[in-house]
Write a protein that binds this ligand. Sequence first.
Ligand SMILES: [Zn+2]
Length: 170
Amino acid sequence: MDEDKLLSDFNTEIDQAFQNAWHSEKGGDEKWNNILNTYGVIPLTKEEKDFLLNSEMKITRGAFPIELRRVFEVIIQKNISLASSSQKLTTALNNFNMEAKVLEYYQKIKPFSGLGDIFKNAATGTQKYSSGLQKEKQKTMTCKNCGAPRLDEMQYDNCLFCGSKLFEIK
Ligand SMILES: [Zn+2]
């Protein structure tokens, strides 16, 4: 097959997944679930979605980043087998930065942050200080990629919000 065609098919499929997730209703919808299904990706459970919707990781629209990541992973796996015949596709796959791509998506679905953030951060700072005394001993694990807190009461290896494996202790 034509090298350029393989590469453009890959880029198109990644872009379409991104757009479909973005155009989905907040937290996903039936159409998005159908897309997940065609990729053999299991959506988050209702319990996980409710948990995320009530977490500090606010979103205004779109499917959750972790579900888009899972679709990306399937697209990449599929293309790895095609890439042996295409140097261009191999390069594109090697250069695909999953964390950055998922973060780019998160930036598009999170609430608009303009000047308001300064006030919000100031308020959070005060709040942190006052609740800090109670929570002092409790170290929070946060996702290095999106900043979501990792909660001990929920058992999962990857960030529930964006799917990253990278955690750091704050
Ligand atoms: Zn994350």
